[in-house]
Every structure is written in C-alpha cells, then in structure tokens.
Design a protein. Structure first.
Length: 534
C-alpha cells in the first residue's frame, strides 16, 4: 500500500536534491526545513532543465508520463526544456516474474492451463507495464503486456498530490495562471487513467486495424480477448525490426517506399479518420521480413471531432501555403485567444519562419524543423493551443523525422500539399457538408414567416427603416441633375463672353495683334470645353 504522506516526503526530497528547494519554500513556507529537504551540491553544475529531467526520472512513472506529454507542449514550454523532456524514456528495471505472475493469473487463470511456455525474462519493460513472450496451448505465439503490481495505486496517490500542487501553484504564482496548471493536470489524469485500462488499449488497436484495412502492407497485432483484462493485454507476437534499423532495412527494402507508406497511413489517420496513433517513435514501428509496417502500443490515441478535424486541416494548410491569415483565422475557430499577443508582430514572425524554410536545402533545414520554430513562436507570443493540436503536430514531426531518416530526399510539403487540398475540397463537397447546408437553408426558410412578422410589427410601430428603389424616380433625378449642370455651364459661358468683350473694348487697342488673337482663341477653347462637358 502506498502511503500518501511518505510519498509527499519522497517527492519533496527528490526535488530538493536537484536544487528545487526554493520552489518548495514558496509553495510550503516553513520556519525551518527538515534535513532530507536540503539541496544536493553535486548537481549544481548542471543546467536547470537537465536537473528537471533527472528529477522526473527519479520521481517515477507518473511524472515520467507527465513529462512525456508535456514534451509536446511547445506552446507553453521553452525549447531547451522540451529537448530535455524528449529524452525521457519508459525503460526501467523490470519487476521479478513472480510478482507479475499474480496479475497474469488473476486475469486468465493458472498459466499452465493456457500456456505451453512463458518467458520469465521480459523482452521490454516500461514504467506502467512489462512484456513477456509466450506460446499458448494451441501453438499461437503471443505477448503478455502485463501491468506492474500496485502501479495504479501509486499513480492515484501521485495524481492527488499533483492536483494539490497545481492549485497551490496557481494561487502562489499568479503569472503562471494563464498556463492553467490545474487544467493540465486534469487532462493528464484523464489520459494516464486511460493508459491503465488495457481493454481500451486493445480496442484502440482494433479500431486502427479496421481504419487501415486499405493498406495491405500495414499490420496490427490480433487481440486475444478471451485472455485480456484491464491489467493484461494478450496480443499476437509479430517479429520485426525497428524502423530506425537503417543498415538492416536497406539491404532488403526500398526505404523511400517505407517512408511513403508510413506517411500516407498517418495522414489518413489524422485527416480522414480523426483517430490516430499518438506515439510513433521508432520502438513502436516495426518492419517484418515481408516488408510490412507494424504498429505497436495503443495507449496514447488522438481523437478529433469532424469539425475540429477540418479546422486542424486548415491550420496545417495555411502553414504549408504561407497563408498566415488563414492560420490565425483557423486558430480563432478553435477558440485560441490572441488577447495577450501583438498580432501584427506574431504574423510577421510566423511569415518569416515559413518563408525561410523554403530557402534551405532539405539536408540543412526541413519543414519539420520549421514546425519546431513555429510552435516556439506560439510560446514566445503566449498563444496557447489545444492539446490535441499539439499532439497532432508532434505526431507529424515524429513521422516526418522518420521519413527523412529513411529517405533523405523526403519533402514534407510536396507530399502533404496535394493531400490537404484534396481533403478540403472533398469536405466542402461531401454529403455531410451538403446536408448541413440543406439543414441550414431549411431552417432559414422555416424561420421566414417569423422574420416577416417581426418586420411588419416594427413597421407599424415606427421602428423600421427601409429604402424603396423606383427606376422612374431615378431617371427623373438624373435628368434634373443634368439640367442643373447645363444651366450652370450656360451662365459661366455668358460671363466669359461678357468679360472678353469688356477687355477688348477697353484695352485691346493698345495690345499687339497676336495678344488679341491668343485671347480670342483661349476664349473659344473654354467655350468649347464647357459646351462639351455639359
């Protein structure tokens, strides 16, 4: 059983050890601090972000998972911290087989009744679970993904502590309130509890398998439901090489084809299905001897509602096409606030990043690099993005990195641009969109009697203002306007003629002849112009 007070003390001790005692002083002020909370001098030479990562690793599975999720939040964390959090791994010391055996048998009964053989040494161990190979009585090769004993209880205690700390952080450090620590912990709690349910993990695998049926070179492991429970997932064992084992893969396969296969599969998951594999690191993507791509680990899944999926598509399309205004409009449609942002400065900076990414050779600077710069720009301008959008960008970044690893000429923009254009056109002409237009039009037509009734009521009470256009009145107005112009021109012409007559009578006799002729010609020109204009 996990003791909450003991866990509080352990967490405080680890934070102090890595130099975050000042943070604890602010959160929990005391006259004097216990000896075990004193700062360790051996880590002073390390950067603050390195110490944060090391503290997270020592704090255990809950905090490692939180760090991994926060590594996608480039909109609220500085880049150096993101790079450190990306180093977090789930590789931990496995539990002895005797401890996990009880969890196995609790779900599927005595092992000797269902298995010919079980490898006691796990071939993979993570913070929440470990994986053992086995052979069932019917000869099927499977893997047992078994939850660590007591891990659920530890996580629940840690989540309670995190929720308490988040509330205190918001009240103690008001400048952090815009980042909403309480909501971040709430969302994280929901996510990690989902990952503890291995039945959900198996259902996610089956949903992905169904969605990707059209890809004949993609495989997902079969789930053995009769032996699966919330703490145990039994899957078919699939032999394969990691997708980053380049030297082995290039001897057997055309790597650019593998890059394209994975890229197209993820585009479909995100922009067509709205249900995507959220952790495509190299350990979760295998290649079989037949050249098939295998997906593993389905605890982290991104889910997008249709209307948000379309808006996410518009965001990425705006980025690809250098359309900064489209990016901003689409983000506003997602509820993103620019209240604390100098919008013109933000747009200028975003535009420069997008333009600069086109200037470099792919080997020097790819569009995937520019996604990192873009998300850092969001952070600098305090633009907070939805967590699912950040997960989508993280997935695209990871897939793009794998694409470049397999094919140095892999060009993200060239591949994604036509796909996004097709998705947008199809969506606006889709039966669902046409049905929405029909529904809106029907609703407006049905509302027309009420609108007319309101107008008549306003008119009868003198509240309405309206304009009446009658073509005949417009013609009369034009005629009056032309007559007025002609009358004014005639009066002006008479004035000019009389003026010339007076000048010629009084002074012209003393002028040279060419003066007289010039003045007469000028007068005639003015008369012609006035007559023509009228």
């Amino acid at each position: 059983m996990v003791n909450r007070l003991a866990r509080y003390a352990q967490i405080a001790s680890i934070l102090s050890k890595y130099g975050f005692g000042i943070f604890l002083d602010e959160l929990f002020p005391e006259e004097s601090r216990p000896e075990f909370l004193q700062r360790g001098d051996e880590y002073e030479h390390l950067s603050v972000y390195t110490r944060i990562r090391m503290a997270i690793e020592e704090l255990g599975p809950t905090f490692i998972k939180l760090g991994q999720i926060m590594s996608t939040r480039r909109d609220i964390l500085p880049q150096p911290m993101i790079k450190e959090l990306q180093k977090l791994t789930d590789k931990v010391k496995p539990e002895p087989f005797e401890k996990v055996k009880s969890v196995l048998e609790e779900t599927c009964g005595p092992l000797k009744e269902i298995c010919r053989y079980v490898e006691e040494e796990p071939f993979a161990a993570a913070s929440l679970s470990q994986v053992h190979r086995a052979v069932l009585l019917d000869g099927s090769e499977v893997v047992f993904k078994v939850q660590r004993p007591d891990i659920e209880e530890l996580i629940e205690v840690d989540l309670t502590i995190l929720e308490s700390v988040a509330r205190r952080v918001e009240s103690t450090f008001p400048y952090l309130a815009p980042y909403n620590p309480v909501e971040i912990v709430k969302q994280f709690s929901t996510q990690i509890r989902k990952e503890l349910d291995f039945v959900r993990d198996g259902k996610n695998a089956e949903t992905l398998a169904k969605n990707l049926e059209e890809f004949k070179r993609i495989r997902l492991p079969k789930i053995y439901w009769e032996k699966t429970g919330t703490r145990l997932l039994v899957m078919k064992y699939i032999e394969g090489m990691r997708i980053d084992a380049i030297s082995e893969l290039e001897r057997k396969f055309k790597l650019p084809e593998l890059a394209e296969l994975g890229f197209q599969a993820y585009l479909k998951q995100i922009f067509e299905d709205g249900f995507f594999h959220g952790d495509p690191h190299a350990g979760n993507l295998l290649v079989t001897d037949e050249g098939k791509l295998v997906f593993l680990d389905f605890g982290l899944i991104g889910i997008l509602r249709p209307e948000r999926r379309l808006t996410f598509t518009r965001v990425l399309y705006g980025i690809v096409e250098n359309d900064v205004d489209l990016v901003v409009r689409s983000l506003r449609d997602l509820g993103v606030s620019f209240e604390f942002t100098n919008l013109d400065e933000f747009k200028d900076e975003l535009y420069v990043i997008l333009r600069e990414s086109r200037r470099y050779d792919l080997k020097e600077y790819s569009f995937i690099d520019s996604l990192d710069d873009i998300t850092y720009t969001f952070y600098r301008h305090k633009v907070k993005l939805p967590g699912t959008l950040m997960l989508m960008l993280k997935v695209l970044t990871m897939v793009g990195d794998i694409g470049i690893l397999l094919d140095p000429e892999f060009n993200f923009i060239e591949r994604v641009r036509p796909y996004l254009s097709k998705i947008l056109v199809q969506n606006y002409l889709s039966p669902e969109q046409l049905e929405r237009i029909r529904t809106t039009l029907t609703r407006d037509i049905m509302d027309l009697p009420r609108i007319i009734g309101d107008f008549i009521e306003d008119l009868s009470k003198g509240r309405a203002r309206h304009r009446v256009d009658i073509p005949e009145l417009e013609k009369l107005e034009n005629s009056i306007e032309k007559a007025s112009v002609r009358l004014f021109s005639g009066l002006l012409l008479c004035a000019i003629i009389m003026g010339l007559a007076i000048i010629i009578t009084n002074v012209a006799t003393s002028w040279p002849d060419w003066y007289f002729y010039s003045l007469t010609i000028l007068g005639l020109i003015l008369v012609i112009l006035i007559v023509h204009r009228s």
